[in-house]
Write a protein that binds this ligand. Structure first.
Ligand SMILES: [Fe+2]
Length: 255
């Protein structure tokens, strides 16, 4: 049975398991892994309580799904028909997902996120402290938060999340995702680059899995596959996303 959650805890810490709390306390082998030059990505389960995560899927669906906005960037036809040389294709970032940014307080999604305690949990000190523990670096005291919701067939094409126009982000930053997949999600994967090839694949169809990125890094998310006959609410993967800038930027090489 899916546990009931009426409100997110005020602190992210209260969603963590004992293993998750060890990260927060600086007593885990995961502390600082993203600071290792070759380690640009991690995917871990068992850090966030699974039953709370399952309850959060229902809560998000009830409270937030109706106020999400579609984000759709399909393959531009010119990427094929304006080609003049064989094998010269270039694919800009393609995506289909629903999203809510919490930058404008008057937006319906923000109000709903405040009502269910989501906005304050994603802005809680332990949310940032957890990201800083994985990063192994001091992070800026302000961070960006966003919610994504993948339904059946939703995906993100290859992209690297590099922001050369931002003086604060152009030398790299950290993204941390909490995956909250419903029980009707059969499969969804994250593929990322290692050594210049999109060759590593991880399962992100988890209720309570953490993925964290030292960006920029080439990656893509495969289309969400639902279990046959799954209810609409169950066949969704929610992502609670925090974007953290380094307190002191340092040049890193994109992979
Ligand atoms: Fe991305």
């Amino acid at each position: 049975m899916v546990p009931t959650m009426h409100r997110f805890p005020d602190e992210f810490e209260d969603m963590l398991t004992a293993a998750g709390r060890r990260v927060l306390a600086g007593r885990s082998a995961l502390c600082g892994v993203l600071a290792e030059p070759r380690r640009r990505f991690l995917a871990e389960t068992g850090l966030v309580d699974r039953r709370q995560s399952q309850g959060a899927v229902r809560l998000l669906d009830r409270a937030l799904h109706a106020s999400l906005r579609p984000l759709e960037q399909p393959i531009p036809p010119e990427s094929t028909w304006n080609m003049t040389k064989d094998y010269s294709e270039q694919l800009p970032k393609t995506v289909r997902v629903k999203t809510a940014y919490f930058e404008r307080r008057r937006e319906a999604a923000y109000k709903r996120a405040e009502e269910i305690g989501l906005a304050s949990m994603m802005r809680s000190p332990s949310f940032a402290a957890f990201a800083a523990a994985l990063a192994g670096r001091k992070l800026r005291p302000q961070w960006g938060v966003q919610v994504l919701c993948y339904g059946p067939g939703d995906y993100a094409g290859p992209h690297n999340d590099h922001h050369p126009e931002s003086t604060q982000a152009r030398h790299g930053y950290i993204d941390m995702h909490l995956s909250l997949a419903g029980p009707g999600v059969l499969r969804q994967f994250l593929v990322h680059a290692v050594g210049g090839h999109l060759s590593r694949i991880v399962d992100v169809a988890t209720a309570g899995g953490i993925t964290a990125y030292s960006l920029p890094l080439w990656h893509y998310t495969t289309p969400l596959e639902a279990r046959p006959g799954a209810a609409a609410w169950a066949a969704r993967r929610w992502v609670l996303l925090g974007t953290f800038l380094y307190a002191s930027p340092k040049r890193i090489q994109p992979r």
